[in-house]
Design a protein around this ligand. Structure first.
Ligand code: FAD
Ligand code: SF4
Length: 510
């Protein structure tokens, strides 16, 4: 072999132009590494799914006539970092050229750049051929502009890629159908059950267990439900289009006890590992809508397209625009430690108990559960953003830093001071009750703000806004909040702040 090509665990893209021709002079390498499995406490399903999907990808490439070296976690010759394993292979096979695809994580990007400068052979970084946009496209788009609004970027992407457009105008004369979306689930409505696969990952599971790696969450190793290859990913996409897309927008923000994925696609793992591409998902949704426009209304389709062509690309652009300082921002100087029950679900607050337990069981929670339950509480309670990131980066099947960090630190914790979000995403029991049925079976009283039985969200909501008045008061989107607060009687305000202080003091027992 004269060329070594490194593939990362989130680069399982069979459609990449690398694989269009079989070359005898190219050696591919994939590796399971402790440097990747140990930087946070990952969910067991996440580690198993990543490693099993990587191994399957390597076998598929081998079967198609490519030559692949695959290092398993416990292989004695595995040196456990990208650089050392690649350096070893370069020596062993007297490789003359090294190539890799553009990494999505800053940490890996830096490691590989440094590795290439240390080499005495030529090297090249190629496009991963996955995203709609380039790494710096968002930065260029917003250069010199005061605000970095997702909406502006999304509209430009719709135009550029001609998605849901008639000439320069949006189809249906509207860019956004949010008013028709975001309904609570009606009482007797039974959502379509999620499509789960029955993957046997016992060998991968045993390999992980043997290392003694610290993991979290539950798993049935003989019955892992997540897609592990392109075929399963396409089957999941097809299931979504037929069964979920017709109601995706309507119930996008709904939360329901014992229903863990509702009408969401659960495609994030397939997308983030690049087993499928955002363009093929969007195009398939457009196609399905064209053939079934009586069943799929435009608001459902637009709501979905916005997540992928809008939010996903926007978050990636922000990550590359703001790294590495993004990892350090802490606008509110929040310093409290994450309560222990984030790791167990053992809290009397039913919304948190449901969302955390579900996350531990399935390695999944949908966007509003992440943003308005677990994220909302952490923000109101003033949890250290580093602790919040550590949790989100481990627990979800789709958690990779480039998408986790802007969502957690930026959108959910407002730690960037308002770059990702135009106001902090906060809510009291009012919002949670409006969008879910959690409050009905909660220990706490959703309507009370003070007293031991009062829902902690209610006092913490006001305490947060009061505490950070100097930083938030001038935000026009919050003027109503401060007007309401100021209108309350001083004794009422005092009682609310006392209840909040009590909740913060006894956070582990809430
Ligand atoms: P659907 O609701 O079906 O949406 C379709 C697709 O749109 C998703 O698969 C995803 O690729 C994309 N998408 C939707 N919202 C976002 C968003 N805000 N940012 C980027 N892509 C989006 N997503 C991750 O992929 N990895 C993470 O680590 C992650 N961490 C998050 C942390 C917090 C605090 C929050 C609030 C959100 C986070 N998200 C993350 C975004 C979003 O919650 C998930 O992408 C989504 O829940 C995945 O489920 P799904 O595939 O069923 O999504
Ligand atoms: Fe959550 Fe409060 Fe409702 Fe209980 S009452 S479920 S803690 S919002």
């Amino acid at each position: 072999y004269t060329t070594l090509r490194l593939l990362l665990g989130d680069q399982l893209n069979l459609q990449h132009s690398w694989f269009k021709e079989k070359r005898d002079d190219v050696l591919y390498v994939l590796m399971e590494l402790r440097s990747e499995t140990d930087y946070v406490w990952h969910h067991l399903q996440k580690v198993c799914a990543f490693l099993a999907a990587m191994e399957e990808f390597a076998s598929m490439l081998n079967a198609e006539g490519h030559t692949v070296v695959y290092y398993k976690l416990d292989d004695p010759e595995n040196l456990q970092t990208f650089s050392s394993n690649c350096a070893h292979l370069i020596r062993q096979f007297q490789i003359r050229h090294f190539e890799y695809q553009q990494p999505d994580e800053y940490r890996v990007d830096s490691e590989l750049k440094e590795f290439c400068t240390s080499l005495h052979i030529s090297s090249a970084m190629l496009d991963s051929e996955h995203f709609y946009t380039t790494r710096d496209e968002l930065a260029v788009f917003f250069e010199g502009k005061k605000t970095i609004l997702m909406e502006n970027f999304y509209r430009a992407m719709r135009r550029k890629h001609d998605v849901l457009m008639i000439g320069r105008d949006p189809l249906g004369d509207q860019w956004n159908f949010d008013e028709e979306n975001r309904k609570k689930l009606p009482a007797k409505h039974k959502p379509t059950p999620p499509l789960l696969f029955h993957n046997d990952v016992r060998k991968t599971y045993e390999r992980i267990s043997k290392t003694g790696m610290k993991t979290i969450g539950a798993i049935m190793p003989d019955d892992l439900g997540w897609p592990l290859n392109r075929k399963q990913s396409l089957a999941l996409l097809d299931h979504f289009l037929k069964e979920c897309l017709p109601l995706f927008g309507t119930f996008q923000d709904a939360m329901q006890q014992h229903e863990w994925s509702l009408y969401h696609s659960r495609l994030s793992f397939s997308l983030n590992t690049k087993m499928i591409s955002p363009a093929e998902v969007v195009n398939a949704a457009l196609q399905e809508w064209k053939s079934n426009s009586k069943i799929i209304a435009l608001n459902q389709l637009e709501g979905f397209v916005r997540q992928i062509l809008g939010w996903r690309e926007y978050m990636r652009g922000l990550y590359w625009m703001k790294m590495p300082s993004f990892e350090e921002v802490n606008f509110f100087d929040h310093q409290r430690k994450l309560p222990d029950w984030y790791w167990t679900g053992a809290t009397k607050m039913n919304c948190l108990k449901q969302c955390i337990s579900q996350s531990l069981q399935y390695a999944y929670a949908h966007h509003i559960q992440r943003l308005m339950i677990t994220g909302n509480f952490a923000l109101l309670a003033g949890i250290k953003p580093a602790d919040v990131d550590f949790w989100y980066l481990g627990i979800y099947i789709d958690a990779i830093q480039w998408v986790e960090l802007p969502n957690t630190r930026g959108m959910s914790q407002y730690a960037d001071g308002g770059i990702t979000a135009s106001k902090p995403y906060t809510g009291s029991a009012n919002y949670i009750h409006k969008m879910s049925n959690y409050c009905g079976s909660c220990y706490y009283d959703r309507s009370a703000k003070t007293g031991d039985a009062a829902c902690p969200f209610n006092s913490l909501y006001w305490d947060f806004h009061d505490r950070h008045r100097d930083k938030l008061e001038k935000n026009p989107r919050l003027s109503m909040v401060y007007r309401l607060w100021d209108k309350m009687r001083p004794t009422e305000r005092k009682a609310i702040l006392l209840r909040a202080a009590d909740c913060l003091d006894r956070m582990d027992d809430l």
